[in-house]
Design a protein around this ligand. Structure first.
Ligand code: GRG
Length: 275
């Protein structure tokens, strides 16, 4: 069951993002088709796991939700763009996401591509406008996580255009990049806002990112995917790996002094989620 605290944060996040996109739409007249496509993927049932993590880590470190919201929006814009592009015919060629037509199926391939481009570009814009002198460090860190040295690197490895992935170690490396970088960014951002050290927090984020991907693979065990933890470890092995990763994260959260009910709820949510 989701707590009222989590639901309240989702509501705050969604309201802020709706207002922000409406404001951007007013700044860019004559391209309603683009904004329909962006809004479709921003508001059609995403779990908001990354924004919630930003809020939870922010709360644990002493950054309130009002300050955290623009950063959480930037991360969610990048996440949403990655899903739109990942579904395109040239990538996974998927027709359905979140139980609904993918963006290019609902609109068209060209608009879906551009909606993804626009969402990616919104991220540094949001940060530049919201965080004043701290924005440079936030933009550098988030773009590093999302780009050729992070999430995109993971996608290239996943598509088979990079070094071959033939061991558990190389599979972990792939998913640390593809999934872990953006989840780690949810731990790093709040620390950067406070201009505090973030190495330990980043490591924790990578662990949780890995656990998130292992859980995803367990949920998608019926799909044929050679680069999944189920393919490498078997279904029982993947479940045991998820359990041991979760316990490691719980210990690390205590060691990092951020063992709050909010963060614990999100870690347990990942372990037990059905979607
Ligand atoms: C830029 C094309 C491109 C790809 C980058 C992130 C990524 C690589 C591709 C997206 C597809 C994918 C399965 C990524 C793994 C991470 C993951 C499990 C994403 C799904 O995240 P959720 O479950 O999504 O948080 P919701 O629907 O809840 O927003």
């Amino acid at each position: 069951m989701t707590s009222l605290m989590v639901l309240a944060h989702i509501e705050k996040f969604d309201t802020s993002l709706q207002e922000y996109i409406a404001h951007r739409r007013a700044e860019s007249s004559g391209v309603d088709s683009l904004f329909h496509s962006m809004n479709y993927s921003l508001f059609n049932g995403g779990k908001r796991f990354r924004p919630l993590l930003c809020y939870a880590v922010g709360e644990a470190l002493g950054v309130g939700p009002d300050v955290m919201t623009p950063y959480a929006m930037a991360v969610e814009c990048i996440h949403t763009y990655s899903l739109i592009h990942d579904d395109l015919p040239c990538m996974d060629n998927d027709d359905v996401r979140r139980g609904q037509p993918t963006n290019h199926k609902r609109f068209s391939e060209d608009i879906a591509l551009l909606a993804g481009d626009a969402l990616l570009t919104e991220a540094p814009l949001i940060l530049a406008r919201a965080y004043g002198e701290r924005s440079g460090a936030l933009i550098e860190s988030l773009c590093h996580a999302a780009g050729a040295s992070g999430m995109i690197r993971g996608q290239v490895l996943d598509l088979g255009h990079g070094d071959s992935v033939d061991s558990l170690e190389s599979l972990i490396n792939l998913h640390e990049q593809k999934t872990g970088q953006l989840i780690a960014a949810c731990f790093v951002g709040p620390a950067l806002i406070l201009q505090k050290p973030h190495k330990e927090l980043a490591e924790l984020g990578f662990l949780l990112g890995l656990a998130f991907q292992v859980k995803d693979d367990v949920l998608d065990a019926h799909e044929e995917d050679n680069l999944s933890f189920v393919a490498f470890l078997g279904i029982e092995g993947a479940k045991n790996y998820l359990q041991s990763l979760t316990e490691k994260i719980q210990r690390a959260v205590t060691e990092a002094n951020i063992n709050t009910p909010f963060l614990r709820e999100l870690i347990e949510y990942n372990l037990n989620r059905k979607l």
